[in-house]
Design a protein around this ligand. Structure first.
Ligand SMILES: [Zn+2]
Length: 337
């Protein structure tokens, strides 16, 4: 038998006070029967059998307004369960890790993060996502004038949550542009939907329209435009970098030297050497002239030019200054008939 905390002030709570007695029982039943993350596998047959009362599922759901969410057809989630039982979940705590594992199996981690219930970054997903800090949370509330942006009603701090306009599960992040103030009730209606999906859900299920939703949609498209602009800027920067890469890394003088030099080996090293000696070299014309002169020497001509130094060695050695020993060049052979 596992043990759980119970709220000693529950009976003073206005919402709870108004509940018919059988729903008070049902609430206790749910809080006891849910799993470690507050998820109850909906089974009214069993609940009715054990509590000896008949329940209407939809009525029960509406009685627990906003405190319970349908995460799938047959799963209800007690939204504040984790916060109440464990406070903030931290990866540093083994029991918390276990709770996170269960929560993750229900796809609740993103929601817990947006509620500020998970302390550590979501390493469990292999991604590092910025947590919504208390400072950011208060800033968002204040920017939105403590008003739920979906129903546009002013609420107490305790009834407000931070909503990720694009849910974390659908790629939304915790950047400022994706955060908005929502009341517990609207947030439970929005659940894991994008604003567009929420719009269709409201139409499909004939729910009371959320008067702030069009503005949220507008805000989103504006935010997306800004993101697109940012992407364009990023692309431009990338193009610039590419252009830089395209820029010749060599210089024309070097190319002229290399063209003249008879041994074309290790060009990269030669260029490196060129850059090292640059500033000490005579004008390029003199270098080319030196190369041309040395080409004619015996040393460079003999044995198929195997004694010609590598261009890098030649440059590093400052060989343009070499004295040229005019050796007799092999007489050119002329054939006469
Ligand atoms: Zn609301």
């Amino acid at each position: 038998m596992s043990k759980r905390f119970t709220d000693t002030e529950l009976f003073e709570n206005k919402w709870f006070r108004k509940l018919p007695i059988k729903y008070k029982c049902l609430w206790h039943y749910l809080c006891g029967k849910c799993d470690g993350s507050g998820v109850w596998k909906v089974d009214f047959d069993l609940a009715e059998f054990l509590l000896g009362e008949h329940f209407d599922e939809n009525e029960a759901f509406s009685k627990f307004e906003g405190r319970v969410r349908r995460i799938t057809e047959d799963k209800w989630w007690i939204v504040d369960f984790i916060k109440f039982q464990y406070g903030c979940l931290s990866l540093a705590s083994k029991p918390h890790k276990y709770v996170m594992k269960i929560a993750e199996s229900h796809g609740l981690m993103g929601e817990l993060e947006s509620m500020g219930v998970v302390v550590s970054q979501s390493e469990h997903k292999g991604t590092v996502r910025k947590r919504v800090t208390e400072k950011v949370r208060l800033q968002v509330y204040s920017d939105d004038c403590y008003k739920c942006q979906y129903c546009l009603e002013h609420k107490d701090h305790a009834e407000l949550v931070i909503d990720h306009i694009i849910p974390v599960s659908k790629g939304g992040d915790s950047s400022r542009g994706n955060l908005i103030t929502a009341c517990v009730k609207c947030n439970s209606i929005k659940w894991d939907n994008t604003p567009e999906e929420l719009m269709s859900k409201i139409e499909r299920e004939n729910l009371v329209p959320l008067i702030g939703l069009p503005t949220v949609l507008h805000r989103l498209s504006k935010g997306l435009d800004t993101l697109k602009e940012k992407d364009k800027e990023k692309d431009k920067e990338k193009d610039k970098e590419k252009d830089k890469e395209k820029e010749p890394k060599t210089d024309p003088d070097f190319e002229q030297f290399y063209k003249a030099y008879p041994k074309k080996k290790a060009k990269v090293d030669a260029l490196k050497a060129w850059k090292q000696v640059k500033g000490m070299t005579p004008p390029i014309a003199d270098i080319v002239a030196a190369v041309e002169a040395q080409k004619k020497t015996e040393d460079w001509r003999k044995d198929g030019g195997q004694f010609i130094p590598l261009p890098a060695t030649w440059l590093r050695g400052g060989r343009w200054d070499d004295e040229i020993q005019q050796t007799k060049t092999a007489p050119e052979k002329h054939y006469f008939n």
